[in-house]
Design a protein around this ligand. Structure first.
Ligand code: FAD
Length: 478
């Protein structure tokens, strides 16, 4: 390994000194993740301007044996972007929208473009880029691709993986793979782009992508339903899928505790229904069809569900402002949990048919384990994903509560695993779930992951230690 001073001056010569940050105050924000659960170290934060400069930096790191952690908006929730030595490679300057093709319904963007900027660029063309996350004002497309982000649009449009047509990736040796294809059909060999989607910076640095666009819905209806249980929510979801069909674009679940803490910490917000209900569903229908009857299906279905006793009460937004207010109840849920003290989080999914049973079983098991625990299980529901979060009992010390994280992992993840679910639904593995993946992952699947890693990054320099731990002894050849 060459001395880091010489290495850094080589980078500065090419990128400019102002883009090779070494002052502790400049590096500090890049060493800690959003929740503050992990803190790392790095010799520098490096900010290349384009793909050529990324390739130069990666090649220089390969030569010097220096590890690289890619960072976009640093909003990841699994510690994947936290460096453990080496450099942070920030994609923030690769933020251009390279092209929009209305006819092919695609957009070509650089990895550092903010998700909100990509949505806005599509909107200008009367198109929709449907990935939607509460963090969209700060997270980047590169980060979304690297984590295969989910969010509220998955029900209708799929995960980030489903929205990508092509990628440009800098490989561990500094070569650039140009896979920036906009084709909808391309069976020419292995579909390499999908290897990099969800790989959390461990297999290559994504520098640009071609993404799918959709016709922009001309109108939407948003409803908020009060329900007796998660089972009633599941039945309502099934009913809406059958009546509203593909126009059902969101079905989010909020427990009573979740709504109560949003209203407690956001005093300006109004309770949407007069009564108190065990569970709530926020549902959205959107359509490109014109005419006042186009959105009638949601109201009709909710009214019929009240009549037959499935829904206890419901409201429909009468304006875009009211729609946004209903959505705000869901969107604020992540933030307000932190105001209730420590929160032990599980981002899990199970087959939809097991979702209500999962909630019953996991809630009972956790409450039995720790009296006073406040379960805040909420989320995308319609795609089988629940954020199964546990707020500390009132009066308990936050640090004392968080010490129980591993114990609750075992309880929750065992139930998820037994039900054929995933311990990592949309946030990824990173550091926080690496050992859990080792426990619950299929052994052959884990072996394949290590082999891919070894083939693409033989010296383990790309985000080392994340997703899978590479053993000192590489796996023997197949
Ligand atoms: P970063 O945090 O910078 O990086 C994440 C990972 O990707 C790291 O491992 C990093 O090394 C790697 N990476 C970043 N850029 C690249 C690149 N160009 N090439 C290769 N690897 C790269 N996530 C959801 O899925 N659904 C949600 O609903 C959701 N809601 C959220 C709400 C809040 C309030 C917050 C703070 C986060 C939320 N997230 C959600 C998590 C987060 O926003 C996503 O994981 C997002 O995709 C991360 O993007 P980023 O640019 O911030 O990536």
């Amino acid at each position: 390994m060459i001395a880091s001073a010489e290495f850094l001056s080589r980078l500065a010569d090419r990128l400019g000194e102002e883009h090779v940050l070494t002052a502790p105050a400049d590096i500090a924000p890049h060493l800690v993740e959003w929740r503050g659960l992990f803190r790392g170290s790095a010799i520098a934060v490096v900010r290349p301007a384009d793909t050529g400069e990324v390739a130069f930096v990666v090649a220089a790191c390969a030569e010097a044996g220096i590890a690289i952690v890619a960072q976009g908006g640093n909003t990841g929730l699994v510690g994947g972007g936290v460096p453990q030595g080496g450099i942070v490679l920030s994609l923030c300057r690769l933020s251009r929208i390279r092209a929009i093709d209305r006819l092919s319904a695609s957009i070509t963007v650089e990895a550092g473009a903010l998700l909100a900027e990509v949505q806005a660029a599509a909107d200008v063309e009367e198109m929709l880029f449907p990935l939607s996350l509460p963090s969209e004002g700060s997270c980047t497309i590169g980060g979304n691709l690297a984590t295969n982000a989910g969010g509220t649009g998955v029900l209708a449009y799929g995960n980030t993986r489903d929205l990508v047509l092509g990628l440009e990736v800098v490989l561990a040796d500094g070569r650039v793979w140009n896979g920036l294809s906009a084709l909808r059909k391309d069976n020419a060999g292995y579909d390499l782009k999908h290897l990099f989607v969800g790989s959390e910076g461990t297999l290559g640095i994504i520098t640009a992508a071609v993404l799918k666009l959709y016709p922009k819905p001309s109108s939407r209806a948003v409803g908020f339903a009060g329900l007796s249980s998660p089972h009633a929510a599941l039945t309502l979801f099934d009913k809406l899928k059958r009546t509203v069909g593909r126009d059902l674009t969101a079905f989010e679940f909020i427990p009573r505790f979740g709504l109560d803490i949003v209203l407690k910490h956001r005093p300006g917000f109004l309770r949407p229904l007069t009564g108190d209900h065990a569970a709530y569903a926020l549902v959205e229908m959107s359509t490109t069809r014109a005419g006042p009857e186009a959105l009638g299906g949601l109201e009709k279905a909710l009214a019929a569900s009240i009549e037959d006793g499935l829904v206890e009460d419901a409201v429909i937004g009468l304006s875009e402002t009211q729609n946004a207010n209903l959505w705000a109840l869901r969107e604020n849920l992540s933030d307000v949990q932190s105001l209730e003290g420590g929160s032990i989080k599980h981002d899990v999914s199970v087959p939809l048919s097991r979702l209500a049973d999962f909630l019953d079983t996991a809630i009972a098991a956790c409450e039995a384990e720790m009296p006073g625990l406040r379960v805040c299980a909420f989320g995308h529901f319609g795609d089988g994903n629940i954020h199964f979060n546990l707020s500390q009992p009132l009066g308990m010390e936050k640090a004392a509560f968080l010490k129980h994280w591993a114990r609750f992992n075992r309880i929750v993840h065992d139930i998820v695993h037994d039900m054929g679910g995933s311990i990592a639904a949309e946030h990824g593995i990173g550091l926080i779930k690496r050992d859990e993946l080792g426990l619950y992952g299929d052994p052959v699947g884990l072996d394949l992951m290590r082999r891919f890693k070894l083939a693409l990054d033989p010296h383990d320099l790309l985000n080392p230690g994340k997703i899978v731990a590479m053993s000192a002894n590489p796996p023997p050849a197949l």
